[in-house]
Design a protein around this ligand. Structure first.
Ligand code: PMT
Length: 409
């Protein structure tokens, strides 16, 4: 795929690998990309503005306050110009600055003001990379939505060996090609997704109901992550605090029956993700008036089964989404029970939550999950923000959707 008309802004940080930025620019230009570069003060210790300008054929931006062209350097305009921003090398110090939202120079200000995807290319000594401070920053930055490539294992400039070596210009170039290839495919295919989330309420009378602890956060994050990948996404949510925004259309429902109706109305879609904690049962009778405490004959509640939405979607011969993802909330034999569920509910992936843990799962900003596919392959994600888990799930879904197209190309 050619990178013609793709606009890439490269921010060159202060590290010995800065010289590799020149190679990357050369590769990008050879593939017809339009490249602009910001050279940080420390980056200037390693490469010169002249060599960058020669390769990009554009002015090299350095200072936020440039006396010669004050009107020209508008950090907002620069951050909007790019289709993608690449920071190379991303040093440990730079990661710290980004994780606390610094805007102290042109590079950090452009990044803070950007609404584009940003690819960070870390390069540092192995101890620096493995340090808890850097690893914590990594988690924060992943949660903010920064993309990462590398670092790789290998011999470093300081002579030590380990994880910390910057990905090569070729590897970064392949990443960029794949990134734009996927973006193009998603755009051309006009992909659609539906996500269910939150609890349902099954009323006994006008004020009492059967429900559960779900907040809807995990499904909400999955819907946002799919939307971010360019997939037109509708979220069908049980009682929760979420409201529709320009970014995401949300349909609010209360009961399992209403959720099912809304799902049916939303078909056909390419992807369905069932993250909702749907009540399995509902009272057979709903009292019109509030049931009185002293009502003598109320010793039991008669229940009937709710429709299973995931099952309906997976086994829908006429309009089965190409990818159907279920969630599984378990407190014991978590993996074993979920493997049974993926078979019974006939879905392509199941996201397993161990909801016995107090610091993640229901009504928390954090989760820990295992993603199981139809062949039983398991990918576990240790405790992390629900937004991070959601973007991992969304990427796996996209890969599944595009697998045939990728094989052809
Ligand atoms: O909402 P949060 O506070 O963010 O918490 C997230 C979560 C823990 C609720 C979520 O990640 C989760 O695990 N959701 C699924 C919970 C659940 O109902 O699991 P289950 O094992 O009972 O159901 C299995 C699957 O069948 C789920 O995909 C569920 O949406 C679906 N189902 C179940 C019953 C039913 N009647 N219809 C369904 O579609």
């Amino acid at each position: 795929m050619s990178l013609k008309e793709k606009k890439i802004l490269i921010i060159i940080g202060g590290g010995i690998s800065a010289y590799k930025a020149l190679d990357l620019i050369r590769l990008l230009k050879k593939n017809y990309a339009d490249v602009k570069a910001i050279l940080t003060k420390s980056g200037k210790e390693f490469v010169t503005p002249l060599s960058i300008t020669t390769l990009t054929k554009n002015k090299t931006f350095e200072d936020i306050f440039d006396k010669n062209s004050e009107a020209e350097i508008d950090h907002i305009a620069l951050s909007r110009w790019a289709d993608l921003i690449v920071v190379l090398p991303t040093t440990a110090n730079f990661m710290t600055k980004l994780s606390i939202g610094k805007a102290e120079d042109l590079a950090t200000t452009v990044l803070l003001a950007s609404n584009r995807d940003i690819l960070l290319v870390p390069a540092m000594n192995v101890r620096m990379w493995l340090h808890k401070a850097t690893q914590n920053n990594l988690k924060i930055l992943q949660d903010y939505g920064y993309l990462f490539i590398g670092p790789e294992k290998g011999e470093m400039a300081c002579g030590e060996y380990g994880e910390g070596k910057m990905s090569s210009p070729r590897q970064i170039f392949s990443f960029l090609k794949n990134y734009f290839f996927e973006k193009n495919l998603v755009k051309n295919k006009n992909l659609k997704a539906l996500v269910t989330t939150g609890p349902t309420r099954e009323y006994l009378d006008p004020v009492r109901y059967i429900s559960n602890e779900s907040s809807g956060k995990q499904g909400y994050e999955v819907a946002l992550a799919l939307k971010k990948l360019g997939i037109k996404t509708k979220l069908i949510a049980g009682p929760s605090n979420f409201i529709s925004s320009r970014d995401l259309k949300i349909k609010k429902i209360i009961s399992a029956k209403q959720m099912m109706n809304e799902v049916k109305k939303s078909l056909p879609v390419d992807v369905a993700v069932c993250a909702a904690a749907v009540s399995d049962f509902r009272p057979i009778n709903k009292s019109k008036n509030k049931i009185k405490k002293n009502q003598a004959n109320l010793s039991s509640i008669q229940l009937e089964k709710n429709p299973d939405i995931l099952d309906y979607l997976s086994k829908n011969n006429k309009a089965r989404p190409k990818v159907v993802v279920g969630f599984s909330a378990e407190t014991e034999n978590v993996i074993q029970n979920s493997k049974i569920k993926i078979k019974e509910k006939y879905c392509d992936l199941i996201i397993v939550n161990d909801v016995s843990k107090k610091d993640s799962g229901f009504n928390s900003d954090y989760n820990r999950v295992s993603i199981i596919d139809k062949k039983g392959k398991i990918k576990s994600i240790p405790r992390n923000k629900k937004s991070f888990i959601a973007s991992t799930i969304a990427k796996i879904i996209l890969d599944k959707l595009l697998i045939n197209d990728k094989n052809i190309n």
